[in-house]
Design a protein around this ligand. Structure first.
Ligand SMILES: Cc1ncc(COP(=O)(O)OP(=O)(O)O)c(N)n1
Ligand SMILES: Cc1ncsc1CCOP(=O)(O)O
Ligand SMILES: [Mg+2]
Length: 220
């Protein structure tokens, strides 16, 4: 198992004018593997606008830029990839369209969805929600056993999402999450987004350095 675990940053649900500076500040805070632009129900023009503004900031720092929900638009705009949920269109078609780019798939708390996504060619599977969150209404609760099983059996990276903070992330890291996806932990951090990124990275490093809790037994 690759012991590394990295931060996967998702934009706030709404972006105000001048958000570019907040993103730059966040990325100054420490390691970020990728940035997902997630503007639910925003007009296409707004998504295009923010992609053109934010993608160069991310890519200049070697942070992959992923678009949520829309694989054709991600391909058209030259994004590094897309994240699709179970209701976000044709996954296999998106895989073809995003050949050579990153495609991540929401798998909620389901081994079956994750294996299907893996067989389809997903670059990562996302499990959640691990904790209560006010960022999105969630209907699925994922647990450590799923994460631990996936990471011990599969090579495809796992992203953990949902209410993750610097304070609660250690068990996810120790269960084998390859990435921790967060919104609130960074953008709502009381000392600003750079402090949020720094706190997440410090918590990940501490969890990796700490003695591991016993791994749960895996069923079939
Ligand atoms: C990394 C990551 N994981 C899960 C999601 C959720 O995607 P989805 O289920 O399509 O819900 P919306 O985000 O579209 O509301 C995600 N965006 N990113
Ligand atoms: C997009 C998404 N999908 C499942 S939970 C969630 C929201 C994650 O945001 P936060 O890190 O603030 O809980
Ligand atoms: Mg979606």
């Amino acid at each position: 198992m690759d012991d590394r675990c990295r931060l996967y940053l998702i934009t706030p649900p709404r972006l105000d004018a001048g958000f570019e500076a907040r993103l730059e500040a966040a990325l100054e805070g420490g390691d970020v593997a990728c940035l997902q632009l997630r503007l639910k129900d925003a007009p296409r023009e707004e998504i295009i606008h923010w992609t053109r503004r934010l993608m160069p900031i991310a890519q200049a720092r070697d942070v992959a830029f992923l678009l949520n929900d829309d694989a054709p638009l991600a391909a058209e705009l030259g994004c590094d990839g897309a994240h699709l949920g179970q209701s976000d269109g044709d996954h296999a078609g998106a895989r073809t369209l995003l050949s050579g780019r990153i495609l991540g798939i929401t798998c909620h708390a389901s081994r079956h969805l994750a294996m299907t996504a893996g067989e389809m060619g997903a670059d990562y599977v996302a499990f959640g929600a691990f904790f209560p969150t006010s960022t999105k209404e969630t209907q699925h609760v994922a647990d450590l056993e799923l994460l631990s099983w996936w990471s011990s059996v599969m090579e495809i990276p796992a992203v953990a999402i949902g209410g993750i903070t610097a304070e609660n992330c250690a068990p996810l890291v120790q269960a084998g999450a390859d990435f921790l996806a967060v919104v609130g932990a960074v953008w709502n951090h009381p000392e600003g987004p750079a402090a949020g990124v720094a706190a997440m990275n410090a918590a990940i490093a501490a969890a990796l350095a700490a003695p591991r809790a016993e791994t749960p037994a895996h069923g079939t």
